[in-house]
Design a protein around this ligand. Structure first.
Ligand code: HEC
Length: 290
C-alpha cells in the first residue's frame, strides 16, 4: 500500500469521525435552539393573554360588574376575555392554541382533554413547578404544549368560584350551579395551556444542520485536496526521484543526475546526504576499478 493511500485512508477516517461528531453536536444544538424558539413564541401568546386578563380585571370589570347580580356579562371575566381575544388572534395563526382549562370548569368548553388533564394534575402535585412542557404529534406535525398553573391567589376569585350561593345569581342563570365551584385559596384549579407548532422551527433547524454539515464537508474536501497536493510535492515526488536514483546507483549506474530537493526541510537534507553517500560510493567504486 502506497504512502498516499495510507495517508488518505487515515485522513478519510479522521474526517468521517469528525463529520459524524460535528453532525451529532450541531443536531443537538440546533434542536435545542428550535425548542427555545417555539417556547419564545408560546411565551408571547401567554404574555398577550396575561395582558388581556389584567386589562379586563383593571379596566373592564370596574365599569361593567355593578349589575352582575341582575345581568352577568362574561366580558368582565378575565378567563373569558383572554380566550375570546385569542380566538381572534388564532384566525391569523391557526396553528397556535390557547386555553384556560380547569378540572371542574365554569364553562364546559374549558374542560381539559386527557393530555391537558395530566398536565394540570402534574402542576397540582408539585406547587413549585412554574411550567411544564411536552411535545405532541398531531396529524404528522409536532407541537409544543406548555402548561402554566392557574392558582387561586386572591380571595376575590372565590366570590364566583366558591359556592353557587355566593356567586352572582345572574352568573348561575348563565352557567348553572354545577361547575366551577368548590375552588380553594392556594389551589391550582387549572392551567393556561399554550400549543405552538414545531414545524417552522424544525424546518429551520434542519436547514441550519444541512448548511453546517455542507460547510464541514467543503472544509474537509479542501483539507483533502491541499494536504494531498502538499504531500505529493514535499514528500512523495522527491522520495520517488531519490528512490529511483538509489535503485540505479545500487546497480552501479552513476549516470543519473544528482537530485537536490530545494528548501531546507528533512527531505532536502536527506537528498543532500544521499548525494554525499552516492559520491563516496562512486569514489570507492572507481578506486576499486583502478
Ligand atoms: C365575577 C365572577 C368571577 C370572578 C370574580 C372570577 N371568575 Fe373565574 N370565571 C367566571 C366565569 C363566569 C367563568 C367562565 C367564563 C367563560 O365563559 O369562559 C370563569 C372562568 C374561569 C377559568 C377558566 C376555566 C373555567 O372555569 O371555565 C379560570 C381558570 C378562572 N375563571 C379563574 C379565576 C380566577 C383565578 C379568579 C380570580 C383572579 C377568577 N376566576 C375570578 C367567573 C368569575
Amino acid at each position: 500500500m502506497g504512502l498516499r493511500l495510507k495517508y488518505n485512508i487515515a485522513l478519510f477516517l479522521a474526517c468521517l469521525i469528525g463529520l459524524l461528531a460535528a453532525a451529532a453536536i450541531s443536531y443537538s444544538i440546533v434542536q435545542k435552539s428550535a425548542v427555545e424558539e417555539v417556547k419564545r413564541s408560546a411565551n408571547l401568546v401567554r404574555a398577550n393573554a396575561l395582558a388581556v386578563r389584567s386589562y379586563t380585571v383593571n379596566n373592564i370589570d370596574p365599569l361593567l360588574s355593578d349589575n352582575n347580580d341582575v345581568l352577568f356579562l362574561p366580558e368582565t371575566v378575565a378567563a373569558f376575555s383572554a380566550q375570546t381575544v385569542f380566538a381572534t388572534l388564532q384566525k391569523q395563526f391557526p396553528e397556535f392554541d390557547y386555553k384556560e382549562a380547569a378540572l371542574d370548569p365554569t364553562n364546559l368548553a374549558d374542560l381539559p382533554n386527557e393530555l391537558e388533564k395530566s398536565l394540570i394534575n402534574q402542576l397540582r402535585d408539585d406547587p413549585d413547578l412554574e411550567q411544564i412542557s411536552t411535545i405532541v404529534e398531531k396529524e404528522g406535525n409536532k407541537f409544543l404544549t406548555i402548561a402554566f398553573p392557574l392558582t387561586i391567589k386572591q380571595k376575590g376569585c372565590l366570590a364566583c368560584h366558591s359556592t353557587p350561593d355566593a356567586a352572582p345569581p345572574a352568573m348561575i342563570d348563565l352557567y348553572g350551579p354545577d361547575h366551577g365551584f368548590g375552588w380553594k385559596l392556594g389551589e391550582t384549579v387549572g392551567a393556561q395551556i399554550i400549543t405552538a407548532p414545531m414545524a417552522i422551527a424544525d424546518k429551520r433547524a434542519r436547514e441550519t444542520g444541512i448548511i453546517l454539515i455542507a460547510g464541514f464537508t467543503v472544509v474537509f474536501i479542501l483539507v483533502f485536496a491541499i494536504t494531498n497536493f502538499m504531500l505529493g510535492r514535499i514528500v512523495l515526488r522527491p522520495v520517488r526521484l531519490m528512490s529511483s536514483a538509489a535503485e540505479k546507483v545500487s546497480m552501479g549506474d552513476f549516470s543519473v543526475p544528482e537530485y537536490k530537493k530545494p528548501g531546507n526541510d528533512e527531505i532536502s537534507s536527506l537528498s543532500l546526504s544521499f548525494n554525499r553517500v552516492r559520491r563516496s560510493l562512486e569514489r570507492a567504486m572507481s578506486m576499486i576499478d583502478d
